[in-house]
Design a protein around this ligand. Structure first.
Ligand code: 8YV
Length: 326
């Protein structure tokens, strides 16, 4: 009997072909969204799952999936996984780090430029037929080159954003759970700051930290009040790291210049307050959405699943205390 694997959301044909060489696959190329109950039912007779970061895996689900040995996240962030519960059920969990780093760093810079230079605001203005010709003080923004960039969360993606920032002659500050060594800081031309000092000094604050109970509402009204009135905030990490209601209130009061958002609390049901604002760029969680990168993410998850169900240790195992078993 071939192991049975669920692919919870639409993937690329090549990913299904890769998995199909080893497993009986239940796919979802119609990309129908499942409730947690429907996901549990679909997983009840499965040995493995290739899932999206919007699929929640917790004890309640795992209790209904006695055969499950691996959950392979198609994404680097894994706040959708209750890792202690997954480990307690003897199930391996994996993610897809590295393959999306450059695409997310590119997109982050796109959001930085779009927010600082009011790019989408200008497009709406034009599309609404308001543009009557150019004039000197039209829709003035702030310069990105030479500005002070503050990166909160200085992992692979944060460091890659810093690499792009050096190309813009920016002064780079970073805050991270662990401070880097002097050689590493020198290599990235990045200066360590406590979170509040970074918020006070930066012209552009970029959030790239994992979403955990500790980082929940890491940026709320009090933190935004520390920022310069000319500063912008960019969230490409996870909804919930920012208190969206507090941010909306600050943007409406123009306590900071603007924000660029790719992730939201309760997404896709983001706070409608964002939609009434001009000084925010709104993106629907697209930071890794280049075709080569999304293919690499899906195929990486597939390889993790194949390794786990053929007795090897998956390359991106998040809970090494759980051993592969057939
Ligand atoms: C995912 C992401 O693409 O990797 C992550 O953690 O958030 C994105 O790259 C997104 O979750 C959609 O699948």
């Amino acid at each position: 009997m071939k192991p049975r694997v669920l692919v919870s959301r639409e993937v690329f044909d090549e990913t299904l072909a890769m998995l199909g060489e080893h497993f009986d696959i239940e796919s979802n190329q119609a990309d129908i969204r499942r409730s947690s109950g429907e996901l549990a039912a679909a997983l009840a007779d499965k040995d493995g799952a290739v899932i999206s970061t919007s699929d929640r895996v917790d004890a309640a689900l795992l209790d209904q999936c006695p055969r499950l040995k691996i959950v392979a996240n198609v994404g680097v962030g894994y706040n959708n996984l209750d890792l202690p519960a997954i480990t307690a059920h003897g199930v391996m969990a994996t993610n897809t780090p590295g393959v999306l780093t450059d695409s997310v760093a590119d997109y982050t810079f796109g959001l930085v430029i779009a927010t600082c230079r009011r790019m989408t605001e200008g497009e709406h203005y034009l599309r609404e037929g308001q543009w009557k010709g150019t004039y000197l003080k039209q829709m003035l923004g702030m310069d990105v080159h030479g500005a002070t960039l503050g990166i909160i969360g200085f992992g692979r993606i944060g460091q890659t954003v810093a690499k792009r920032a050096r190309g813009f002659d920016m002064n780079i500050l970073y805050h991270n759970r662990q401070r880097l060594g002097p050689a590493e800081e020198a290599r990235h031309e990045a200066h360590y700051r406590g979170k509040n000092d970074l918020l006070r000094e930066a012209d552009i604050v970029v959030l790239l930290t994992p979403y955990t109970p500790e980082s929940h509402h890491m940026i709320g009204a009090a933190e935004i009040a520390l920022m310069k009135p000319t500063a912008v905030l960019i969230n490409v990490a996870r909804g919930g790291i920012v208190d969206d209601a507090g941010l909306i209130e600050a943007l409406a009061a123009q306590r900071i210049r603007g924000a660029g958002m790719d992730v939201y609390e309760n997404e896709p049901a983001l706070d409608p307050g964002f939609l009434r604002l001009k000084n925010v760029v709104l993106s629907p969680h697209l930071a890794s959405a280049s075709e080569p990168t999304r293919k690499a993410m899906a195929n990486t998850a597939a390889r993790n699943c194949i390794a786990a169900l053929t007795g090897s240790t998956p390359p991106n195992l998040l809970n090494p205390e759980v051993k592969p078993r057939r």
